[in-house]
Design a protein around this ligand. Sequence first.
Ligand code: FMN
Length: 246
Amino acid sequence: MNSTVQIIKNHRSIRNYLEKDIPEDVLQTVLEAAHAMPTSINGQQVSLVVVRDKDTRLNLARLCGGQPWVAKAAVFVLFVADFYKTSLAADLNKVKQVIHESAEGELVGFLDCGIAMGGMIIAAESLGLGIVPIGGIRKEAQSVIDLLGLPKYTFPVNGLCIGYPADLSQQKPRLPLATFIHYEKYQRSNLVEDIKAYDKQMVSYLEQINRSEEVNWSKNTSSVYQSVYFTNVITTLKDQGFTHKK
Ligand SMILES: Cc1cc2nc3c(=O)[nH]c(=O)nc-3n(C[C@H](O)[C@H](O)[C@H](O)COP(=O)(O)O)c2cc1C
C-alpha cells in the first residue's frame, strides 16, 4: 500500500481542533488540490468560499444547527454548485443556459462538489490537518446564501471544517465490503445479514468509545431517514433557479 492510500484508509472525521492557524501556503495547497479535480464536461461548476473570519464562522455554526466545530476549526470551506459562472459563458456566447433547471444539472453540480471535496480531504489529511464535512450547511441554505453573497444559479452543497486535530478520534467501522463492492452484478442476497453483523460491530465500537447510549447503524439511519430533515432545501433550490423541471 502506498502512502496516499494509507492516508485515505486512515480517514476519520475530526471535530476537536487546536487553536492553531493554518499557514497560508498550506491552505493554498489544499485549495488547489480541490481545483485540480475533474468536473463534468470540464464545466467547472464548482466554487469554494473560504471562511477564516471568526464571526462569520460563529454565524455559520449557528446556521448549521449548532455545530461548534464550524467555529473552532481554523478554516471553513463552502462547496458551491455554481451554474452562475457557466451562465456568464452562455451570455458571452448569446445562448440561454437551461441545464440548471434540470435534474441532470443538479446531479452534475452536486457530484462535482463531492469530487472536489474528496480531493481536498485527501490533500488536507496528507498535510496533518483534520477535517469534518458539514452537510448542516443546507439546514438554513437561504441564510448561508445571503451571508456569503452567493449569486443566482448557485447552491451551497456542503461545507468542510479544516484545522489541526486536538485529538485523533477512533476510526469508525464501515459496513462489510461485500455490501459496497458488487462484482459484475448487484448482489442483494446477503445484505440483511451483513447489516445485522455491522449493527453488532457498531454496538461494540460505541461501547469502546464510551458512547453506548447511541444506537446501531440500522436504527440510527432509519430514524434519520424517516423524515426529510432539511425541509427548506427544495424551496431554496427553486429560488436559486434550480427549478428541477426538465
Ligand atoms: C456529505 C457529508 C455531510 C456531513 N455532514 C456532517 C455534519 O453536518 N456534521 C457533522 O458533525 N458531521 C458530518 N459529516 C460527517 C459524518 O458524520 C462522518 O463522515 C461519518 O459519521 C463517518 O465518520 P468518519 O468520517 O469519522 O469516518 C458529514 C459527512 C459527509 C460525507
